[in-house]
Design a protein around this ligand. Structure first.
Ligand code: PHE
Length: 525
């Protein structure tokens, strides 16, 4: 049996003698090798660019498994005839026993009767079977042998139909190749290298070596195991906490956001430093966003310029659509919260219309949303700052929610993380009032450290969205990288992203241990 290499060699030798294309099936039958092996050789010669091969599809008649048996042992009728003695007869039951295959015995008996090879005598009471023809020719076996030898053309159409009817032959579609020499054909098969080695570089042999092409179509070996990215693992812990608290995840699948949703809906003044090139990535292509709901935009403009319906004075400055349309990489996930809250507001307005404008008749179902995803800021990169990071954000909207609710909710959240000692310190956000930084007592450092930012969203943000007067919206946010870095003992944030991340790193300490560590240093999250 020729090895794969020998088969390749035989194939190129054969090709070197002719300009005509060589068919792989013809080659296989001539060389008496399995066609699949020839196909393998064709593919490997093709990958070495020695040959060109066109795939063909041809139909041919092939033997069924039963027919293979017949070629080897004789047809059923022949077996029945052979089982009978040359002289005299035997009982039918005995014949069946001798043949030892009920199906062969039954079918063979009736065919042999039709062929007049055998006779049956029932006169004695017991059916006795005997030979009628002294000599027979097993035509079925001969025909099948012809099919096996690829000499189907020697069969008449009637014979083919009969064999098909008996399910002894069937038409199969066979894929083969017509093989030709390529422009770089040679009979000298040098196996191409799969990898470049240090030796090849040192000796310079890589210059003359043939390298195997990459197979970009390969499906590869299915992975038996894998690793989640550490950030994803910690994200999953936070997600679970939100789910336990009944929060619903927001869709965060747009890194590109308009300034409108990122800043204007959040009552960030158009002159705010966050809208500066130094702090935010602006897109050049497309520089401007698509549609902004016109009515909503008009309300935002009014609110920014003079407070509109909100009772505020606004910024007393001209608000420009051109500024709002500028596309940015979102700088915080509060843009996502704004989109969701606007939806809730619009839903409320719809219900209000169906209730004939009577707000008392509309039930406002409180909502709790969260998101954990990437945001982008134009920072100077260093060991603790990247231009992209993940934010964790929770928002809740309901009638008559207060600062007390916000503090209670944040406490619940951090208790789930294992942080019980919390303090709040007033701060400033353009979109929340009051706003609070959250601090936690760090027993190791013996001091209060900042762990996040929060607030009650301003009416200037909430009212234009269409939410009713007595609905307040609470929110808080923190970063994902800091707790992850602490958890995995990473002190350079650049080891947490890109190709450098060590996916094998593991930890399996309980969540609460993570979050005592969360407060390890006082840098803001
Ligand atoms: N968006 C704030 C930040 O980027 C976090 C925050 C969310 C604050 C919700 C208040 C309310 O830090």
């Amino acid at each position: 049996m020729a090895s794969a290499d020998e088969l390749c060699q035989q194939l190129v030798q054969k090709l070197s003698l002719t300009e005509a294309p060589l068919n792989s099936i013809a080659f296989a039958s001539e060389a008496s090798v399995d066609h699949q092996k020839v196909v393998g050789a064709v593919k490997s010669l093709q990958s070495m660019n020695l040959i060109e091969a066109d795939q063909l599809e041809s139909k041919r008649l092939a033997l069924t498994a039963e027919a293979e048996q017949i070629v080897a042992n004789g047809s059923h009728e022949f077996l029945v005839w052979s089982a009978l003695p040359a002289e005299g007869g035997i009982e039918q039951a005995e014949l069946t026993k001798k043949i030892n295959n009920a199906n062969v015995a039954k079918l063979g008996f009736s065919k042999a009767m039709t062929n007049k090879w055998i006779a049956i005598d029932k006169s004695s009471g017991k059916p006795i079977v005997s030979r009628k023809a002294a000599d027979v020719v097993d035509e079925v076996q001969q025909l099948l042998q012809l099919v096996k030898n690829n000499a189907v053309d020697k069969l008449s159409e009637q014979q083919k139909t009969d064999l098909k009817k008996r399910k002894l032959i069937s038409e199969i579609t066979e894929k083969s190749y017509n093989v030709r020499k390529s422009a770089t054909f040679t009979t000298n098969i040098e196996k191409p290298e799969t990898d470049i080695t240090p030796e090849m570089i040192a000796k310079g042999t890589w210059k003359t070596k043939q390298f195997k092409d990459y197979n970009f179509d390969a499906k590869g070996i299915p992975p038996e195991c894998g690793h989640l990215h550490p950030l994803l693992k910690v994200r999953e812990q936070f997600r679970q906490i939100f789910f336990e608290l009944g929060f619903v995840e927001m869709p965060t699948n747009n890194y590109v956001e308009s300034s409108f949703w990122c800043f204007d809906t959040l009552f960030v003044p158009q002159k705010h430093p966050a809208r500066d090139l130094q702090d935010t990535f602006f897109l050049s292509e497309p520089a401007e966003c698509g549609d902004i709901p016109a009515e909503y935009m008009a309300r935002i403009k009014e609110t920014h310029e003079n407070g509109g319906q909100t009772g505020s004075q606004g910024y007393q400055m001209e608000w420009k659509t051109s500024e709002a349309k500028k596309n940015v990489l979102r700088t915080h996930t509060t843009a996502v919260s704004a989109r969701m809250l606007y939806k809730v507001g619009q839903e409320y307005q719809k219900q209000l219309v169906s209730a004939g404008g009577d707000g008392g008749k509309v039930e406002f179902k409180p909502v709790k949303f969260f998101s954990i995803d990437k945001v982008f800021r134009n920072e100077t990169l260093d060991a603790t700052h990247l231009a992209e990071f993940c934010q964790i954000e929770g928002v809740a909207a309901g009638r008559n929610l207060s600062l007390g609710h916000l503090m209670g909710m944040i406490k619940e959240f951090f208790v789930k993380l294992g942080i019980a000692d919390l303090r709040f310190k007033p701060t400033y956000n353009p979109y929340t009032e009051p706003s609070m930084e959250m601090y936690s007592w760090h027993p190791g450092l013996k001091k209060w450290v900042e762990i996040g930012n929060s607030g009650v969203f301003r009416p200037e943000m909430i009212r234009p969205m269409g939410l009713p007067e007595d609905v307040n919206v609470l929110g808080w946010g923190l970063g994902l990288e800091r707790p992850t870095m602490i958890k995995y003992g990473i002190d350079n944030i650049r080891d947490l992203v890109g190709h450098k991340v060590d996916l094998q790193m593991v930890y399996d300490s309980p969540v609460c241990v993570l979050h005592n560590d969360l407060t390890k240093d006082s840098a803001s999250l």
